[in-house]
Design a binder for this molecule. Structure first.
Ligand code: IMP
Ligand code: MG
Length: 179
């Protein structure tokens, strides 16, 4: 589907599955025997999140947050707004934030500040994808899936103008789509 809009497949569904299992093992190890609130950052993380939680051999609670996003273009504004907040009180709890991709780093940096003010016991970040060459702020993640070059990708939850989220592979979007 939408083949004509894609430049190429960057990461296949099989490669994604291997990586998600690896991340699940690492996170399980980190929080062994403890409770964990797993936070999905809607909407981009939803597919990764659904797969990742089933790789966690832990006592997990699920929670969701909606942040302001890109809008319909392909570069970040740097201004992060919480559109829908968590249901859980995270004070004194272990929290894992699940992100789809870290680009400039602004979204996750601001989110980290917002959540740390609530005094969780431990706050960790997992991202499936990382574009280190695009970083504008100093931010580190605790678990990183796959580092990718500076290309705009869609699929497996990631969108362009809310489209392509349901593709099974992660693809490089053809620049002709957004130029
Ligand atoms: P940051 O604040 O610049 O790190 O932006 C992170 C957010 O931008 C992600 O959660 C995505 O929603 C979006 N984003 C960044 N790069 C891409 C991409 O290549 N494809 C789709 N969304 C992206
Ligand atoms: Mg997003």
């Amino acid at each position: 589907m939408f083949e004509q809009d894609m430049e190429k497949v960057l990461i296949t569904r099989e490669e994604i599955a291997v990586k998600v299992r690896e991340l699940g093992k690492q996170i399980t190890e980190e929080f062994k025997g403890e409770q964990l609130i797993v936070v999905c950052i809607l909407r981009g993380s939803c597919v990764f999140y659904a797969d990742l939680i089933r790789e966690l051999e832990l006592d997990v609670k699920l929670d969701f947050m909606v942040l302001s996003s890109y809008g319909d273009n392909s570069s970040t504004s740097g201004h992060v707004v919480v559109k829908q907040d968590l249901a859980e009180n995270i004070k004194g709890k272990n929290v894992l934030v699940v992100e789809d991709i870290i680009d400039s780093g602004r979204t996750i940096k601001r989110l980290k500040e917002i959540l740390l003010e609530r005094e969780p016991k431990k706050l960790k970040i997992v991202t499936l994808l990382d574009k280190p060459s695009r970083r504008e702020v100093d931010i580190t993640t605790d678990f990183t899936g796959i580092s990718i070059p500076d290309e705009f990708v869609v699929g497996y939850g990631l969108d362009f103008a809310q489209k392509y989220r349901n593709l099974k592979d992660i693809c490089v979007l053809s620049p002709k789509v957004y130029k």
